[in-house]
Design a protein around this ligand. Structure first.
Ligand SMILES: C[S@@+](CC[C@H](N)C(=O)[O-])C[C@H]1O[C@@H](n2cnc3c(N)ncnc32)[C@H](O)[C@@H]1O
Length: 256
């Protein structure tokens, strides 16, 4: 009698994306408010059908929120992590106007773009601190070329207080806000990653992730808001400001 193996279990990629979001929110409790501030600003600055770059998109959390609010947006979402890209491609497969690209912002990523520049905006959350100083400066120069005049960069990340705000910086580190409740069952970063790396459906991606062995610099010079502001103005952006802030967590907006 012929034996048949059981059908492969369908992977619930949306559930992996939800687990990622819960894990990130555990570490950045006002992440959702920051996303909302960014999408609000996008609507105001570039309208409801922009062409966007999502830099260091992970599994597409920010892109998903943009598309929820503006379904006519078209997004190129770039990341170099095969595990997160696999989850994003699975969870957000229904979005035809979202294009995930496996590319490294430290290299020649612009040649891999599936859409022609110029773009209306580049958006990013919790990602650009992965770049060292020379890489970040190069990226800002590249974005000044890829964005249209009056296009915008929106970056949600930890950007420290300026060199003459040491007291504010020190006291801010002691502030203990009343954060929104932690999502039920949220895993911390290491627990989430160890689960993802053991998921059989992610085995190929996990092996490739190990092969690439990409980590962020732990002595990053590019931390303060004033540094980013000066670098963006030098790269050719016309204006740079903070449009949302909770302690050192902020959204920087730069107008091309
Ligand atoms: C903490 S995750 C944030 C992901 C997503 N933006 C979010 O807010 O959930 C940082 C992301 O930046 C990506 N990243 C870091 N360095 C990168 C690089 N050089 N090129 C492309 N992506 C990079 C990582 O792979 C990771 O997905």
């Amino acid at each position: 009698m012929a034996t048949t193996s059981p059908p492969p279990t369908a992977i619930d990629w949306a559930s992996w994306l939800r687990r990622w979001d819960a894990q990130q929110q555990l570490h950045i409790p006002d992440r959702e408010a920051r996303f909302t501030a960014m999408v609000d600003a996008l609507v105001a600055f570039v309208g409801t059908s922009p062409r966007l770059l999502d830099l260091g998109c992970g599994p597409g959390s920010l892109s998903a929120r943009v598309l929820q609010r503006m379904p006519d947006a078209e997004i190129v979402a770039i990341d170099t992590d095969p595990v997160l890209l696999t989850i994003g491609r699975g969870a957000l497969a229904g979005h035809e106007r979202l294009h995930f690209v496996d590319a490294d912002m430290r290299g020649d990523w612009t040649s891999q773009l599936p859409l022609e520049p110029p773009f209306d905006a580049a958006i990013s959350t919790t990602a650009l601190h992965w770049l060292g100083l020379p890489e970040l400066l190069r990226l800002y120069g590249t974005l000044a070329q890829l964005l249209r005049p009056r296009g915008v960069l929106l970056d949600g990340d930890r950007l420290d207080f300026d060199h003459d705000q040491r007291t504010i910086a020190a006291v801010s580190r002691e502030v203990q806000p009343e954060w929104p409740p932690t999502p039920e069952g949220a895993e911390d970063y290491d627990t989430w990653w160890s689960a993802a790396m053991s998921e059989p459906a992610l085995a190929d991606s996990a092996a490739e992730r190990k092969r690439r062995h990409h980590d962020h610099p732990h002595d990053n010079d590019a931390q303060s808001y004033e540094f980013h502001r000066a670098a963006l103005l030098a790269a050719g952006f016309a204006e740079v400001g903070t449009i949302w802030q909770r302690l050192a967590n902020r959204v920087l907006l730069a107008v091309r």
